[in-house]
Ligand binder design. Structure first.
Ligand code: VG1
Ligand code: CO
Length: 544
């Protein structure tokens, strides 16, 4: 057994894990002791039982392999008995969640900055997931933050880097490291959940799609599942090789960064379904021929049709959505007679509800959808559920959307992001809003009259924990609203997110332009919050 080395170190200040773990520029992570301090703080907080199993994997971005090798040595020094690591250092976020659950690991380190760009001058991230496979809850992330402020040493063993590219077992400081196939377990799970025979038959019958892996982690997963197992033509998966810098793009599956896909789907000869996923494979973009589906609508439509998928037949217990996500899912829950939970932003808030069996499917407006099969949002899962539904119901995406709106009404929805703004201005905007909340009810902004204005606070129905200050909601009479929130995942300045929603009943105009339908809410948001004044911007950087 190699020797355990104690490296003296300084605490680092205020490295709060945000919405989804610790995210910083690669250059920050490359500072001596930086990644090590965070990883040691995690190990100190979770204090693994001797012999515990740890899963490690990432989205393949620049710096992935370096941190994996260090984390393996540190795990050996901290008493873990076994590390499961994806071959090539690869594990998508949902696949990592599955591996943690399947092999009863005590937790996992997922190395990713999700949809943020990668490369030497771009972003990196580390997230700790607990034994249920999901992101550590606030109790754990808060304790990790406290620990980073007082840490004075980290532990490692002296050992060489392992060969991450060859499957099989090696020993590091007395600990076993298994290099595992990152795709197989996940692909098998998908085959258990969905009607692959029905999808295969539909493909034989002419169903076509394009999946844009955005040079990120889902390439190998999508190729195995869509092309090899379901029989879609070779070339269905594009940008299918994970690259350290994602080919210089943002691996963010939205209409801006997946514009090629969008243009294809809106043009002549589009396939039946266009889909994409993000850097770490937990987000999804769904576009039918000539029809973009908002993530909020996708959650509602998937929930309404979930009976088509064998593993979900007769077992929908409830639906959960994050607060800024549109209320489209609420109407489906009501019609199906199941509860709908409204949680703060971030997948960690779904964990308790899923563990307790209170919900089966959940989603966020930020292109995240998932279910109780793992404890992360899952991009390919959403794509496969769409395929399953289309195959069984023999319907197009557009027809399904129209049918849905004709029954439930339509929640016109958009999110405006103001990125990299001054933190002081962003804080002033939010503080000003908070201070004026009491004065808003009854006030008119154009034709919109404020019914309720509050700062969203969530009490977890399972463990009673309270998460306050989760965004400002301004609800107007008649069911439309605007929501203001600061991002917890950015790495530069602050990002203001303004969420806009306007509900139209089944008898209203279901075929309008989203921009037109949201014009009154956009004007009201400016009048209420003073966005131009506080951010110095006259228009959002990104509209999704
Ligand atoms: C964003 C999204 C949120 C999502 C989070 C992590 O957080 O809004 O819905 O859960 O990213 O997603 P924020 O705090 O920047 O709004 V991922 O795919 O980056 O793990
Ligand atoms: Co992601």
């Amino acid at each position: 057994m190699s020797q355990i080395v104690t490296v003296p170190t300084q605490p680092f200040e205020g490295q709060a894990p945000g919405t989804s773990g610790l995210r910083k520029k690669v250059k920050v992570f490359q500072q001596p002791n930086y990644a090590e301090n965070f990883i040691q703080s995690v190990f100190d907080v979770v204090s693994p039982e001797p012999g515990a199993v740890l899963v490690i994997g990432g989205d393949g971005r620049f710096h992935n392999r370096t941190v994996i090798q260090q984390a393996i040595r540190m795990a050996a020094a901290n008493g873990y008995g076994k590390v499961l690591v994806g071959q090539g250092g690869i594990l998508s976020t949902p696949a990592a969640s599955n591996v943690i659950r399947k092999y009863k690991a005590s937790g996992g380190l997922i190395l990713s900055a999700s949809h943020n760009p990668g490369g030497p001058d771009e972003d990196f991230g580390i997230k700790y997931n607990i034994a249920n496979g999901g992101p550590a809850p606030e109790g754990v992330t808060g304790a990790v933050l406290d620990r980073t402020k007082e840490i004075d040493r980290w532990l490692t063993v002296e050992a060489d880097d392992i060969d991450l590219d060859t499957p099989g077992d090696v020993t590091v400081g007395g600990m076993t490291v298994s290099v595992i196939d990152p795709v197989a377990d996940y692909a098998d799970l998908m085959e258990e959940l969905f009607d692959f025979d029905a999808i295969r038959a539909a493909v034989q019958g002419g169903l076509t799609m394009r999946f844009d892996a955005m040079s990120a982690v889902t390439g190998p997963y999508a190729t195995e599942i869509l092309e090899n197992r379901l029989g879609f033509a070779k070339g269905t998966v594009v940008n299918g090789t994970p690259l350290e810098d994602f080919g210089g793009h943002h691996p963010d599956p939205n209409l801006i960064h997946a514009k090629d896909l969008y243009d294809l789907m809106m043009g002549e000869g589009a396939p039946d379904l266009g889909a994409a996923s993000d850097g770490d494979g937990d987000r999804n973009l769904i576009i039918g021929r000539g029809r973009f589906i908002t993530p909020s609508d996708s959650l509602a439509m998937l929930a309404a049709n979930i009976e088509c998928a064998p593993a979900y037949k007769g077992r929908l217990t409830g639906i959960a959505r994050s607060m800024p996500t549109s209320a489209a899912a609420d109407r489906v829950a009501e019609a199906l007679g199941v509860p709908c939970f409204e949680t703060p932003t971030g997948w960690k808030f779904f964990g308790n509800l899923l563990d307790a069996g209170k919900v089966t499917i959940c989603g966020e407006e930020s292109a995240g959808t998932g279910s109780d099969h793992v404890r992360e949002k899952d991009g390919l899962w959403a794509v496969l559920l769409w395929l399953n539904i289309l195959a069984v119901r023999k319907i197009s995406v557009d027809a399904l959307a129209r049918e849905h709106w004709a029954r439930f009404g339509r929640n016109y929805y958009a999110r405006h992001d103001y990125e990299g703004i001054e933190k002081t201005g962003a804080d002033a905007l939010m503080d000003g809003l908070k201070a004026r909340l009491d004065t808003l009810p009854g006030k008119a902004f154009g034709a919109l009259v404020v019914a309720v204005a509050d700062s969203f606070s969530y009490t977890d129905p399972v463990d009673g924990s309270v998460s306050a200050n989760q965004g400002i909601r301004v609800l107007f009479e008649g069911g439309s609203r605007v929501v203001f929130r600061l991002s917890g995942t950015g790495t530069q300045g602050a990002t203001l997110r303004v969420y806009l929603e306007n509900y139209t009943g089944p008898d209203g105009d279901l075929d309008a332009e989203t921009g037109d339908m949201l014009a009154p809410q956009i004007a009201a948001a400016e009048a209420i919050a003073g966005i131009v004044q506080h951010t110095g911007r006259t228009a959002p950087d990104v509209i999704t």
